[in-house]
Design a protein. Structure first.
Length: 280
């Protein structure tokens, strides 16, 4: 298959999206892909065994213009934005197919409400906002390739918890999974999920308390792609990508996998992927 390169300009994040992302810690973009034939081609790759979106047609989801504009706003600064590279990095990608009856217990405990790093801990992964600027830290982008109905197994969120200033009540304040919190049931009762048509995107900060849920949609599996992004100067996941996989991508897309640093190394800083400048 020929490599598909996006030619449309990134769609800027709107004021409404900034407001609700900061308020809730997540937003949904309905029908980013509305062409059912394209959705079917993407789904086919997942159902045929693709485990990530580094290759095939799924690769186009890595830097879709509707997502790029938002990620540049919440993970970068203007001085790092260039026409020939992205101002953020991709840290990981995985797909999921959850048939009707799938149990969140199959996530080996990570189906419980969890968070990468609670926001009250100072670290490069947590959500911050100051001076009219969002810095989302580790950020997840979920592509829903089948219809999702609220209450039937979508990812759920404790909206606003990305700015919580107190511990979640578990025995270990550094524990990302809060299944042992005495307040777990109350938090579950407050969690929100969503409905959306296929081709929609959900974006959330990993500082937000979130959970996998039993998939109970009566008509089809959940077919989704989970991509994770971060700034140029922080890293959470260790990738295991072959150089030939990245080198098969268009040059600008390759920049999503460059090394983890911001300044130095030339007049423009860290702008290009190479065998000597990669994040894995």
């Amino acid at each position: 298959m020929d490599v598909i390169e996006h030619t449309d300009n990134p769609t800027p994040m709107t004021d409404a999206q900034k407001f609700f992302f900061d308020l809730r810690g997540w937003i949904i973009l309905p029908e980013v892909i509305s062409d059912q034939d394209e959705i079917n081609r993407l789904k086919e790759e997942v159902y045929n065994g693709a485990t990530n979106c580094y290759q095939g047609r799924l690769q186009t989801l890595l830097d879709h213009p509707e997502v790029v504009g938002i990620l540049a706003e919440i993970l970068s600064e203007e001085s790092f934005m260039h026409d020939d590279c992205y101002s953020f990095r991709c840290e990981s990608s995985f797909t999921t197919v959850r048939p009707p009856g799938w149990s969140s217990e199959e996530r080996n405990g990570t189906g419980l409400p969890h968070v990468v790093r609670p926001p009250q801990q100072a670290n490069a992964m947590r959500y911050q906002a100051a001076g009219g600027k969002i810095f989302s830290g580790l950020t997840r982008v979920v592509w829903e390739l089948e219809e999702v109905r609220s209450g039937h197994g979508a990812t759920s969120f404790l909206s606003g918890s990305h700015k919580a200033h107190f511990n979640y009540g578990g025995s270990d304040r550094y524990r990302p999974n809060i299944g042992d919190s005495p307040w777990e049931s109350e938090m579950r009762d407050m969690m929100e999920d969503y409905s959306c048509p296929p081709g929609s995107v959900v974006i959330f900060t990993e500082s937000l308390l979130h959970a996998a849920n039993h998939w109970t949609h009566p008509d089809h599996s959940r077919c989704a792609v989970f991509n994770c992004y971060n700034s140029l100067w922080a890293q959470w996941h260790r990738l295991n990508l072959a150089d030939d996989v990245v080198n098969s991508m268009p040059k600008k897309r390759r920049s999503l996998f460059r090394g983890v640093w911001a300044l130095g190394g030339g007049a423009r800083g860290n702008v290009e992927y190479s065998a000597d400048n990669k994040s894995y």
